[in-house]
Ligand binder design. Sequence first.
Ligand SMILES: Cc1cc2nc3c(=O)[nH]c(=O)nc-3n(C[C@H](O)[C@H](O)[C@H](O)COP(=O)(O)OP(=O)(O)OC[C@H]3O[C@@H](n4cnc5c(N)ncnc54)[C@H](O)[C@@H]3O)c2cc1C
Length: 419
Amino acid sequence: MKVLVVGGGLLGITTAWFLNEHGADVTVIEEGLEVGADTSFANGGMLHASQASPWNEPGVILKALRMIGREDSPLLIRPNALFRMLPWALAFFRNSSPELFMKNLGKNTRLADYSLSVMNEHLGALNLNFEDSHKGILKIYETKDEVRSASKIASRGNTDNIPYEVLDSDKVVQLEPALGDVKHRIEGGIYFPNDMSGNAYLFCKELSARCASRGVRFIYDCRINGVNIEQKTFHSLETDNERYHGDACVVAAGSYSPNLLKTAGLKVPVQPVKGYSITIPTPGGVISPRIPVIDEHYHSAICPLGDHLRVAGTAEFSGFNKELNPRRIENLFELIRKVYPRIFDYMDKEKIKKWSGFRPMTPDGVGVMGATNIKGLYINTGHGHLGWTMAPGAGKFVADVVVDEDPEINMEDYSLERF
Ligand SMILES: Cc1cc2nc3c(=O)[nH]c(=O)nc-3n(C[C@H](O)[C@H](O)[C@H](O)COP(=O)(O)OP(=O)(O)OC[C@H]3O[C@@H](n4cnc5c(N)ncnc54)[C@H](O)[C@@H]3O)c2cc1C
């Protein structure tokens, strides 16, 4: 079976790997000059089944309205972007009812939990070198209320077998001594020992090299302009001057998937949600952080990756605008100052790398993957802020569906049909 995969990001490459394992003849077509160079390049680095909540938690409407146009808020909504994406935004808010939120959280937690098991059991044996760490993730809180409501959500996750431990501030600092300087403002924390972290770009490079060594073909610098359909069946992919034929095609083009799938007559409700990261060489002369920390009070995530620290956060609804807004970058510097003030003082600002990418986000916060109503045409996108967490599981899931094997999780939960 000849399968074309559009997109060489996390979702495209994991799909290609498992298709190859199933014996398919796979070609990955990527617009860029290498794999992992778009949204999968410098993300937060965390694979967290513990943090699989969609962003539209109950109460998000009021929060979002308060943040419209505010450059210093974790969520920035530009009024002109809001107008353009109105139907998506209405569906996003509709999904913030307590019932739908819990339902979608359940779907994400199941996929994330499955994904981590695929990462450990299937991909772990490959010994890929991607600065991975298996020390868990720590979340810290400033108020008793924050700890209480987070414990409630964690206990919900616990029913899905996600273990966790609630810690007081002493135990938090025992676990992550680098937090000692801010102990006075930490009320408590929750530790999720099964979560992991790693450098997504290195993972893409390493896994694609393994794919190539097993016969997967990679075509770079090749933009697909259209998906050709004949008699409700996938026919070919179209570039400016070429056509690629296959028995099946998986579109894993991240936030760009809707535009491409529109050419096949499919409507895919995925919006680009811009996020930023900075990558800092860990300075000498300070206690180096050892595990990823999410500071829920300041909506920040700080993840050690090799001899660097990755600080990621902020969400911006502003269309496909990759510009690095200095105010948003400044927010990330502010986050590092609040969590690791000593690192802030000692870090070499000249060597910091700044980056932005587009999270492909659906209005219910759940990825969209599997078959479409066009025979031979499949999709794997929309995993939003959880794409790194979901990639191993989603890749295996879609590969199973393409070769007509029963996937290990429920197909309907993630299908395009639900919209
Ligand atoms: C700031 C930030 C922090 C994040 N932190 C985390 C985190 O800690 N944990 C987590 O789980 N997730 C995180 N994410 C989300 C995660 O990074 C994304 O969900 C994931 O990278 C999406 O991967 P993808 O393969 O779908 O898309 P991409 O990586 O964007 O790959 C799609 C590829 O398709 C190619 N392409 C597009 N159109 C075409 C075309 N027409 N023809 C050919 N090729 C095409 C592109 O060039 C691109 O390489 C974060 C995201 C951001 C922005």
